[in-house]
Design a binder for this molecule. Structure first.
Ligand SMILES: Nc1nc2c(c(=O)[nH]1)N[C@H]1C(S)=C(S)[C@@H](COP(=O)(O)O)O[C@H]1N2
Ligand SMILES: [Mo]
Length: 418
């Protein structure tokens, strides 16, 4: 059964919370407890699905190209939702799930027009996802554990329940080596924040690919294929790619053959990023407290599996002075402060910091108070660094036709400090 609130193929549900609300909690609730108000973003290429969990099956198979390498015998395994619960160890990973188009509005309004939904800074959520590891399911299906055999192979993840805007089904793929890497913690999620997954977020089961752009975290997952090829779905082949700057229009991209197979790689890892969520928009007013300080806050996301973010620094004078932000994380819905040195992950600290190290796919929330004078037209810059040493490097960021992967240091502009 579907309702108007589910969207349609032509007009799917895409919405995001405002950034100031988003950073109030370390774990993003799916929706408010007592009302239907949504709290986490929705990104759909087709209508939201309502699937009967008792009838749902996840088919795991190999195609002929995969066989004889990681897959000595053809794989053909069908799992019910009960099987996913009971036949496998349940794993929980805390991770940020971010749409590749997050921050697109900043790219288009600052650099040049792009094509795509006008996402602000809220196309991201941070949640605890629980279910079997994709790795364990693949091993049960007969995939060989040895690393050498994984090279060049892919795991295609599919939802065939509905057609979508640009294809008859939705899908994406990740390299088999990533799916099999125990450190990647790719899960077939049955729960979000300890509760059964909601229909909006992919019930009864979705893939969660930590550290990787949201497009590969396929909702309403029904088919897993081990193959020598990437997913042939539109959204793997013809979207979610960082096209080079010479692709100035969709026509130009076609003319240059940039969508052709293998020319531009499909996006995989998220890049290091940070967002200024307070103040929540360009042109806002920021009030100094009685001590002459302004409070600036936001979130930061590590690159791929190089997290967690260990430092965020903020400048309100175009990089003249940098102020280390406090890194806040974990705790209850309203975010208690755990490790505030900005050096989470360093040796010999308390439990809080070692928990942070485990949370390598999670976002961090941060805040800083800066003493300043009233001023007009202030730019707020924020720069994150993760445990792997990746740092945001571009002040204004760089442009690409689809407006994906924007991670400029400039977070807000035109701010008035009063
Ligand atoms: N089946 C299906 N899975 C999907 C999508 C979709 O349209 N259909 N959208 C993808 C994209 S682009 C993103 S960013 C995330 C969004 O997940 P959410 O709607 O739970 O926020 O789901 C991914 N998985
Ligand atoms: Mo996305």
């Amino acid at each position: 059964m579907s309702t108007e609130g589910d969207g349609t193929v032509q007009d799917p549900i895409n919405r995001e919370p405002d950034p100031e609300t988003l950073v109030k909690s370390f774990l993003t609730p799916s929706q408010a407890r007592d009302t239907a108000e949504f709290k986490a973003y929705d990104r759909n290429h087709g209508p939201i699905q309502h699937i009967d969990a008792s009838k749902h099956r996840v088919t795991v198979r190999s195609d002929s190209t995969a066989e004889s390498r990681a897959v000595p015998k053809p794989v053909d395994l069908k799992l019910s939702v009960d099987d996913l619960h009971s036949r496998f160890r349940q794993h929980t990973v805390t991770c940020a799930l971010q749409c590749a188009g997050n921050r697109r509005h900043e790219m288009r309004s600052r650099l040049k027009e792009v094509s795509g939904i006008d996402w602000g800074d809220g196309a991201v959520m941070n949640a605890e996802w629980t279910g079997p590891l994709l790795r364990d399911v693949l091993i049960a299906a007969g995939v060989v554990e040895k690393n050498e055999s994984h090279e060049g192979l892919h795991v295609q993840l599919e939802c065939n329940a509905t057609e979508v805007q640009e294809d008859d089904w939705y899908g994406g793929s990740i390299p088999l080596a990533v799916a099999m890497d125990p450190e990647r913690e790719v899960v077939l999620a049955l729960k979000m924040n300890g509760e059964p997954l909601s229909d909006r977020h992919g019930a009864p089961v979705r893939a969660i690919t930590p550290g990787i752009v949201g497009a590969r975290s396929v909702k309403w997952l029904d088919t897993i294929v081990v193959s020598l090829s990437e997913s042939q779905n539109h959204y793997q082949q013809h979207d979610y790619k960082v096209l080079p700057p010479e692709a100035t229009s969709p026509e130009k991209a076609e003319e240059l053959g940039l969508w052709q197979k293998g020319v531009v790689p499909p996006m995989l890892d998220n890049d290091i990023n940070s967002v200024v969520a307070v103040p929540g928009e360009d042109g806002a007013e920021l009030h100094r407290d009685s001590g002459g300080r302004v409070r600036i806050a936001g979130y930061a996301i590590p690159k791929g599996k190089d997290g967690p973010v260990v430092n965020v620094c903020v400048s309100i004078d175009r990089g003249g002075a940098w102020h280390d932000a406090k890194i806040l994380t974990d705790g209850d819905e309203y975010t208690t402060q755990l490790a505030n040195t900005g050096k989470a992950g360093a040796e010999g600290e308390d439990d809080g910091a070692s928990k942070l190290r485990d949370n390598k796919f999670s976002w961090v929330l941060w805040e800083v108070s800066i003493t300043c004078e009233p001023a007009e037209d202030v730019s707020i810059w924020s720069k994150a660094t993760d445990r792997g040493g990746n740092t945001q490097s571009e002040i204004e960021g760089s442009w690409n036709l689809r407006g994906v992967g924007y991670n400029a240091v400039e977070g807000r502009r035109g701010i008035k400090i009063v």
